[in-house]
Ligand binder design. Structure first.
Ligand code: PMP
Length: 362
């Protein structure tokens, strides 16, 4: 009997492409005939340097990163970027404008307030509110930057376009849960950051893409390891980087290139999300609260109209091999994360389960 198919809808750390895991497994003990694993190599040796360079170049190719940007592989998660971005781009008395459309943006703003005059330029209070048009944002002309969260992982709210802010103000984006899900015009941004554990690779790695004119130091007293200029000058090797996570990210980038790059991923991700939202919208048993203009393609958040049935739903879903569908502990409900590695078959299995569960309990 073949093992039952498991589909992992975790929001992060999330599933990785099976082909990537199998390749890592094949190379684990003996990387390319060297007799040792990537984990056991010097980060400054020729082999790891080649692995790191290839990963960096493949990421630049995938995102079509223009000249004049540095790509960094750091630690500390996206959460460290909440303070690091401020400490590198804003003085203590600078204004920074935050667009808060969910839980992570709120956290980023709260952290920034410790280090500069962080204002709210636009705010939504709940996922069912549409994102206000950029013309309604109150952006300070002298802002050091404008920060937003292109995809709110917990709330399932996603910007479908890059907001058009005055080009003189650097746009800073927490792309943790939607980087590499479709093409993006990097030239529109001053700074992009993303924790790896959704669309990049395993936890422990954070990708930063920064426009080089923002690498100068604007305040003193910032630790070296929190200074972008220091990481850029050392090729992200000021100290020992998370080598194995960087290598695995490199395997994911190769896999993405083989799949046809981000244009191909965008089509697939659109198809997966549409399939699921369509099933939810057609039913009176389930409800998806986010307006269609800002529904996330990566994190599909929904509820059962009878919320008392949600724990049974989750239990039976697990029994059917549909794992990690529980909404974030702060909001409850159901959340299906459909990152790049989730195949259409996983979404089809979930849609089938939605129908069967409704037939039993509806
Ligand atoms: N921002 C967003 C959009 C996220 O989804 C997450 C993690 N789920 C974070 C920030 C925090 O990331 P980390 O745990 O890597 O610090």
């Amino acid at each position: 009997m073949s093992p039952r198919a498991i589909h992992n809808f975790s929001a992060g750390p999330a599933m990785l492409p099976k082909a990537v895991l199998e390749r890592a497994q094949a190379e684990l003990v003996d990387w390319q005939g060297r007799g040792i694993s990537v984990m056991e190599m010097s980060h400054r040796g020729a082999d790891f340097t080649a692995i790191a360079e290839k990963a960096t170049n493949n990421l630049k190719e995938l995102l079509d990163v223009p000249d004049g940007y540095s790509v960094l592989f750091l630690q500390g998660g996206a959460t460290l970027q909440f303070s690091m971005a401020v400490l590198n781009l804003a003085k203590q008395d600078s204004i920074a404008d935050y667009v808060v459309t969910g839980s992570w943006g709120r956290k980023a703003h709260a952290e920034a307030r410790r280090f500069c005059e962080a204002r709210i330029a636009a705010l939504t209070q709940r996922p069912s509110e549409p994102i206000p048009d950029v013309s309604q944002w109150s952006i300070s002309p002298e802002a050091a930057f404008v920060h937003y969260t292109p995809n709110e992982t917990i709330d399932g709210v996603e910007f479908h376009d890059v907001p058009d802010i005055p080009p003189s103000i650097p746009l800073v984006a927490d792309f943790s849960s939607s980087i590499l899900s479709r093409p993006v015009d990097v030239s529109r941004f001053g700074l992009i950051y993303a924790g790896a554990q959704k669309n990049i690779g395993p936890a422990g790695l954070t990708v930063v893409i920064i426009r080089d004119d923002l690498l100068s130091e604007v305040r003193s007293g910032v630790p070296d390891l929190m200074t972008y200029r220091v990481h850029a000058a050392s090729g992200s090797m000021k100290n020992t980087p998370p080598t194995f996570a960087w290598y695995l990210a490199g395997l994911v980038f190769e896999w993405l290139i083989e799949q046809g790059g981000l244009a191909a991923m965008a089509i697939r991700n659109q198809e997966k999300a549409e399939r699921l939202y369509r099933a939810l919208d057609q039913s009176d048993f389930y409800t998806a609260p986010v307006p269609s203009t800002c529904r996330s393609r990566m994190n599909v958040v929904f509820r059962l109209v009878d919320a008392d049935l949600e724990s049974t739903f989750l239990q039976e879903a697990e029994g059917a091999g549909l794992m990690a569908l529980k909404g974030h502990r702060s909001v409850g409900g159901i959340r299906a994360s459909l990152y790049n590695a989730m195949p259409l078959a996983g979404v089809e299995a979930l849609v089938e389960f939605l129908g069967a569960f409704e037939a039993r309990y509806g």
